[in-house]
Write a protein that binds this ligand. Structure first.
Ligand code: MG
Ligand code: ZN
Length: 371
């Protein structure tokens, strides 16, 4: 009996070793505490009430319940208690508080190195998947350096020097049909990008291993979910696999549910709910990937809340009595949800700029004071 037990034990141990996710192929055995990939997910304008409204419209369940660590961020900008998406995303991407409208620049309008530049130095793949234009403030802060968020053509031009591996979102016109008559697409192709648009389904995309991809989902702004836009979950899944296949040193992907904010600005409760459900479907894809992979840190947060949303008395599941108190952004603290190796860094109450530092701490990168 003892002998059989011993054999079973050896088999069990051997079996569990084989199934562990240590990265033997790359010749490195990483600590299970450090992530290899980071997926940073932003629900633009997604405060706790938006999260709750999505949950209550999904049978009181939300994918974020998988997260093991919850924190809160202080979102104020350098020049205003109420931030915008440009200053908010710049805080995440560069670790600097800056002024409203700033894209990847500090309060003196000087360029600041962003976390994607740092990831590239470590040979990681990088990408963005958004439901706004690629040139819109949130994704722009991860590759551009402009003193004003509405300089979309300049932001598109900045993309050329970003070396990002994959970008999915709207805004083709800022690359092709520009007021300055420059067409950036041939330049992108020269830089190794395959350029595709909404006419090609994701499952039909054939991207050679040595090519990068820019995929446009719209000429300008992508539609809202309720008007037929369904790509975010699929595109996110595509991008995760695309980066995983190509990046031997891991990847950093930013995914944005851009239009939760737009529903808030419009004071349209159903718009917010539809976008939250789309965001939740996307989170399911992300957590499925991260769970299977075992080396992926997922951090979900927002730049700010939009609309001053409240869920009022008289609400029922799937039939909420929503009330907005503002047509703009508000100054409430924003939740941070983290899952996977390194998630433990994201508990507590801290500034939005700390996200930039915490991602690097989780990855085990050395933190320089002058960053
Ligand atoms: Mg945004
Ligand atoms: Zn907004």
């Amino acid at each position: 009996m003892n002998k059989i037990a011993a054999v079973l034990l050896v088999f069990f141990l051997f079996g569990s070793c084989r199934s562990s996710k240590v990265d033997f192929e790359n010749g490195t055995s990483r600590s299970s505490k450090k992530p290899i990939n980071v997926i940073f997910v932003i629900g633009d304008g997604m405060g706790l009430t938006q999260v709750t409204a999505g949950m209550l419209n999904n049978f009181n369940k939300i994918e974020l319940e998988k997260c093991t660590t919850i924190g809160l961020i202080k979102t104020h900008a350098a020049d205003d208690l109420i931030t915008d998406s440009a200053a908010g995303a710049t805080a995440f991407a560069t670790g600097k508080k800056t002024y409203l409208g700033a894209i990847g620049v500090n309060s003196d309008t000087l360029s600041v190195k962003n976390i994607f530049d740092k990831a590239k130095k470590k040979d990681m793949g990088t990408g963005v998947v958004v439901t706004s234009e690629i040139t819109h403030a949130t994704p722009a802060a991860f590759f551009a350096h402009e003193d004003y968020r509405l300089n979309y053509e300049n932001i598109a031009q900045d993309f050329l020097s970003s070396d990002m591996d994959i970008a999915i979102g709207g805004g083709l016109k800022y690359f092709r049909d520009r007021r300055d008559k420059k067409n950036l697409l041939p330049k992108l192709e020269k830089k190794g990008y395959l350029i595709r648009n909404w006419q090609t389904e994701f499952h039909k995309l054939q991207v050679p291993q040595d090519q990068k991809l820019i995929y446009f989902t719209a000429l300008d702004q992508p539609k809202r979910r309720s008007k037929g836009r369904v790509y975010l979950p699929k595109a996110t899944e595509f991008a995760m696999n695309f980066l995983q296949e190509r990046s031997k040193s891991g990847f950093m992907l930013m995914v944005e549910g851009s239009q939760i904010d737009w529903g808030g600005h419009a004071n349209n409760g159903q718009y917010v709910i539809d976008e939250m459900l789309d965001f939740n479907e996307t989170l399911k894809k992300i957590f499925d990937f991260a769970e299977k992979d075992g080396h992926t840190l997922v951090v979900v947060t927002a730049d700010h809340e939009t609309g001053g949303l409240a869920i009022k008395r008289g609400s029922e599941l799937h039939n909420l009595n929503l009330k907005f108190s503002s047509g703009g952004h508000t100054g409430t603290m924003i939740p941070v949800f983290a899952y996977g190796p390194g998630a433990e860094y994201f508990g507590g109450i801290y500034d939005n700029t700390e996200i930039f530092n915490k991602i690097q701490q989780a990855l085990g990168w050395k933190k320089n004071k002058d960053q």
